[in-house]
Structures are given as structure tokens and as C-alpha cells.
Design a protein around this ligand. Structure first.
Ligand code: ADP
Length: 559
């Protein structure tokens, strides 16, 4: 026996001492220590074993034997790496020369492995996190102690929550149930280790189901085509059984219990799980069926799948309610705007007649009051126009009449339109719009865009401030900048600023009125011209809007 045999070999129920007894005193001390050590080792659920310099096992605790399925005799004195560390998680060979445990034994430095697997006596494996602590004698490594914990439950929990996140992302990215189904099945299969995922829809009397959507991993195409083919009667296969019972069903040995009546192609996974899907009125609306190898069908997986199914149903129910509300709001706004337009046109027409003196002469006071009525009716007409346009933009029925337009001229005209209002607030307005800058655009819409930005600059800049408008050209683009020294927009709210009806707190808290439509319309006009609009990040107070439009370069070359 080699000298390493002097180290006690501790196993589940006691100590096997292979050293020759030296003396009674030594033995009793030795035995007392060993008993204590034995109790400590047996009491922990952490796997723990000792190695000598050659990597051979010198002792193991109860937990190691229970977790690996080995008997004490089959491990003691055997090389640990060869016994249960020979293969990596991906199935490839794990050379002993690359093993951190062996490295720790050789180097005398401790090692931690966060992602590792150990192999059981029955050939299955389990994920572990392990640490190796070298045993040193006079600074020289004489072996090591290895501790490990089984991280299966933690890994499973991580996998489940990652899958739920992936499902949430798919739901967020897709606009309809039909569009979401296949990516959902893919996310669940990839996350939980299934090869095939099928979604089945029942007929009205729940007597049979047909396959609605599927995900099949590469390499399982033949099995996927077979499993998703045709119609299943209630009670047939895992999905049909789940339909019949209204409960989750797990089939673990598909070779002995074929999931379909026809003859199976090769490569059908070993296990299946089927989950009934109930709608918000508790009616059975679908069955989800997954196929994978045994490892994928652990107990917890049924719970995870049930949770995911509930998550999906609730999300879709919420979304269809939101969509309905949204649709009703759109319809309401469109109807109201349309109905308002007719009386407004009539008011405007009659006002023209009265103001023009056709209904008899007006006193100065009557003229003044009717002027106020006219201005307000024009405001209302603009508002209704904005509402109608916003509806058209939303429904994609918004048209542009494109001609060649000089943006520099347009900017000067738009600035003149707000000049009176700016002067009324003692705002300094500067314009820099050199030369002719030609874009292909809809003149009226571009004017509306500039007017929105400039009217906002006037509206949101307190008295005595300034507004600066600039047009500049660069390769193929024309850049319009509208800056002001006004109240600004809080940074956190900037992302919403181009949304319809959104109004920043800096405006609402000061009681400045508006509809929140102008910028949404401005964005649609800009994008309709192939351009972009954004809010520049600025250190100083105030706001800077930038619009960039594609430019007709031919015109510039002629200048
Ligand atoms: P409205 O001006 O009718 O409220 P808009 O869509 O034109 O609607 O603008 C949306 C919101 O953006 C405004 O309510 C305001 O909070 C903010 N905003 C737009 N332009 C400016 C600006 N120049 N300075 C500060 N805030 C602005």
C-alpha cells in the first residue's frame, strides 16, 4: 500500500482505516477525530470528497455518494476525473490535463468552477458549482478537498425566468395572436429545451383539434411534420388527452406509448407534455404540446408552462381590450371632427357675409366683436383640421402633393406669420436662410410643419426671450433648426414628445393650453417627405427642434 493510504478513507457510515495501527493512544485519538470528521461530513448536503496528488479519491461523504449513485468501494482509490468528470456538459471529452481540480492539486492553489457537470453511475449528469482546496504540507500540495453543490434547481429557475422574459419580448414585438404564435412556441422550446412545440385549436364541441402553429428545431423536421399532421380526436396523443381531460398531461416513454396512430418516423423525442389553454372566460381555447427528451419534461416544467400560458392569455386579453378602446377612440375623434367641420364652414361663411357688410352696416364695436368671433372660429377650424389629419396619418390615408419647394423662402414666410405674436411677447427672432434650398415637398404641409414649430417656440418662450431659425445644407440634405430660450422639455419626457396628445409637464404645470397634436403631425409630415425630426439635447435652457429633409441636389449645382 502506498503512503497515501495513511489518510483515512471516510465513507457514509464510518471510517475505513487502511493504515497499520501504530499504538493504542494514537488509534484512540485518531478514531475520535475521525468520528467527529465523519459526523461533520455526513451532516452536510454539500458533496465533499478528498483527492491525493494523483487525483485518486481518498474519502467521500454521504451526499457525494447519494448524488452520484456510487458505492464507497467503487469510488475510493479511483481517479475522480476519470470517474465522474470525464465529459463536459456539451458531451465532448474533458481531458484531465485541462481539469481545474487536477490543476489545484498540482499547483497548490484553490480553484472555483461555476459551470461544471458531474456524471452519475447511471450515465446521467447534473450541473454543479465546485471548489477545490489544496491540502498543503510544508508548503507542498499533498492532495485536495473538493466541495460541490448541485445547481439543477437554480439552473432550472434561471431557465424558466429567461423563457418568461423571452415570451414577454415576443408578445411585445408582435401585433397579432397569429403573428405571435410561432415565435412564442420557438421561445418556449429554446428556453426549456424542447425540440418541437405545437399549438392546437379545438372545434366547437371539443371533439377534435387541428394544428394551428408549430415550431420544430433543426434536426427534428421529420418528427415535427409527423406530429403536426392532421387532426387529433379528443383523447388521442398527449394533446388530445389534454383536450379530453382539460388538464396538463405528461407522456414520458413515447416509444412504448406512441403519440400518434400512424407509424413514427425516426428521431421522435422521448417525452411530451401537453397543456390546456383557457381563455379569460375559462373556456378551453387551445392546447399547447411540446416534445423533448426526458430532461425537458421535469415536474417543474409543467408548472412553468402553465404559468407561461396564463401570462400569454392575460397579455392577449389585455391587448385586445386596449385595441378595442383605441379603435373606439379613433372612431370617436374622426366622427366628431367630421361633424364639427360642417357647422364651422357655415359659421365662417356667414361671418364673411356679416363682416363684409352684406347684411347691413356694422358699428365699430360690432366689427370688433365679430373679429374676435372670426379669429376663434379660425382656431377651431385649425384644430378640427389637425384632428382630421391625425386620423388620416394613423389610418395611413394621408397624402402629399409633391412639387419642388424652396425651403429658404418657406422658412422666411413662416417666420413672418408668427412675427406679430412674437413682437407681442417682446421676443427677438432671428432667421438665417441663405440662398435657394430646394426639396421635393408638399408646400402646404411643409408650411404647416414650420408653423407648428414656430408657433410652439412663441407659445413656450416667456416674454423677453429669443427664437432662432436656421436652414443649412449638407450633402443631399437640408437641415432646419428652430431654437428658443423658453421653458424647455424635461429630459425624461422627451421620448414621448412626438406622440399624439402628449403634452410635457413643463407646459401643463404652467397652464399653457394645447392639444398635443402639433408635433405628432409635424413628425408625420417630415417622415412623409423621407426626412426625420428630433429634439436636440442641449445644456442650456430652452428647446431646439431639428428637421432634416432630403434635398434636390441638381438645383444646388445650378446655383
Ligand atoms: P401643443 O403645443 O398643442 O401642446 P404639440 O404637439 O405642438 O402640442 O407639442 C406637444 C408638447 O411638446 C407641448 O404641449 C409642450 O409640452 C412640448 N413642446 C413643444 N414645443 C415646445 C417648445 N418649443 N418648448 C417647450 N415645450 C415644447
Amino acid at each position: 500500500m502506498k503512503s497515501r493510504a495513511l489518510i483515512p478513507w471516510v465513507v457514509a457510515g464510518g471510517i475505513i482505516t487502511v493504515a497499520r495501527r501504530r499504538s493504542e493512544t494514537v488509534e484512540s485519538r485518531y478514531s475520535e477525530l475521525a468520528n467527529r470528521l465523519d459526523a461533520v461530513l455526513a451532516s452536510t448536503d454539500q458533496g465533499l470528497y478528498g483527492l491525493d496528488c494523483a487525483g485518486d479519491i481518498t474519502f467521500v461523504n454521504r451526499s457525494t455518494l447519494e448524488q452520484t449513485g456510487y458505492t464507497p468501494e467503487s469510488v475510493l482509490g479511483h481517479n475522480a476525473h476519470a470517474l465522474w468528470h470525464h465529459t463536459r456538459a456539451d458531451g465532448s471529452l474533458y481531458p484531465g490535463s485541462e481539469c481545474p481540480v487536477d490543476r489545484a492539486v498540482r499547483s497548490g492553489k484553490s480553484e472555483q468552477i461555476l459551470e461544471d457537470v458531474l456524471w452519475r453511475s447511471d450515465g446521467t449528469s447534473f450541473p454543479v458549482e465546485s471548489s477545490t482546496y489544496p491540502l498543503l504540507e510544508n508548503g507542498r500540495a499533498t492532495g485536495a478537498v473538493v466541495t460541490f453543490i448541485d445547481v439543477t434547481a437554480r439552473k432550472l429557475a434561471e431557465r424558466q425566468s429567461e423563457t418568461q422574459d423571452a415570451v414577454t419580448r415576443v408578445l411585445g414585438d408582435s401585433s397579432s395572436v397569429g403573428e405571435a404564435l410561432s415565435p412564442l412556441l420557438a421561445a418556449i422550446c429554446r428556453g426549456l429545451g424542447f425540440e418541437i412545440g405545437l399549438a392546437w385549436v379545438p372545434n366547437a364541441d371539443l371533439s377534435e383539434i387541428g394544428c394551428w402553429a408549430s415550431y420544430v428545431a433543426r434536426g427534428a423536421k421529420g418528427a415535427g411534420a409527423w406530429l403536426s399532421h392532421g387532426v387529433l380526436a379528443a383523447g388521442e396523443g398527449p394533446a388530445g388527452s389534454s383536450l379530453a381531460s382539460g388538464e396538463a398531461v405528461v407522456w414520458r416513454d413515447l416509444e412504448r406509448q406512441p403519440p400518434r396512430r400512424s407509424v413514427a418516423p425516426s428521431g421522435v423525442p422521448k417525452s411530451a407534455v401537453a397543456i390546456p389553454v383557457f381563455g379569460i372566460a375559462s373556456e378551453l381555447v387551445a392546447v399547447a404540446e411540446f416534445f423533448g427528451d426526458e430532461v425537458a419534461v421535469e415536474e417543474d416544467v409543467v408548472d412553468t408552462l402553465t404559468t407561461i400560458v396564463v401570462q400569454v392569455v392575460q397579455h392577449l386579453a389585455r391587448r385586445s381590450a386596449d385595441e378595442e378602446i383605441y379603435r373606439l377612440r379613433e372612431q370617436f375623434v374622426a366622427n366628431v371632427s367630421h361633424e364639427l367641420r360642417t357647422p364651422l364652414t357655415a359659421i365662417d361663411g356667414w361671418l364673411q357675409i356679416v363682416l363684409g357688410g352684406e347684411a347691413g352696416p356694422l358699428t365699430d364695436e360690432q366689427g370688433k366683436f365679430l373679429g374676435i368671433v372670426k379669429r376663434n372660429s379660425e382656431r377651431l377650424t385649425r384644430l378640427v383640421g389637425d384632428l382630421l389629419l391625425a386620423g388620416q396619418i394613423e389610418s395611413g390615408t394621408f397624402d402629399l402633393d409633391l412639387v419642388e419647394v424652396d425651403v429658404a423662402v418657406l422658412v422666411r414666410e413662416a417666420t413672418e406669420l408668427v412675427a406679430a405674436a412674437a413682437t407681442g411677447k417682446q421676443l427677438r427672432v432671428s432667421v438665417e436662410a441663405p440662398g435657394a434650398i430646394i426639396v421635393r415637398g408638399d408646400r402646404a404641409r411643409l408650411m404647416q410643419l414650420l408653423n407648428n414649430l414656430l408657433a410652439n417656440a412663441v407659445k413656450f418662450t416667456p416674454e423677453g426671450g429669443w427664437i432662432s431659425v436656421g436652414v443649412a445644407v449638407s450633402e443631399g440634405t437640408c437641415r432646419i433648426t428652430v431654437a428658443d430660450s423658453g421653458i424647455g422639455i424635461p429630459t425624461a419626457e422627451r421620448v414621448h414628445i412626438f406622440e399624439r396628445f402628449y403634452r410635457a409637464s413643463s407646459a401643463t404645470s404652467r397652464g399653457i393650453t394645447g392639444t398635443g397634436l402639433g408635433l405628432a403631425i409635424s413628425k408625420a409630415i417630415t417622415e412623409g417627405h423621407g426626412g426625420s425630426i428630433w429634439l436636440e439635447e442641449e445644456e442650456r435652457p430652452g428647446t431646439v427642434f431639428v428637421v432634416e429633409l432630403p434635398r434636390v441636389v441638381r438645383e444646388e449645382a445650378q446655383l
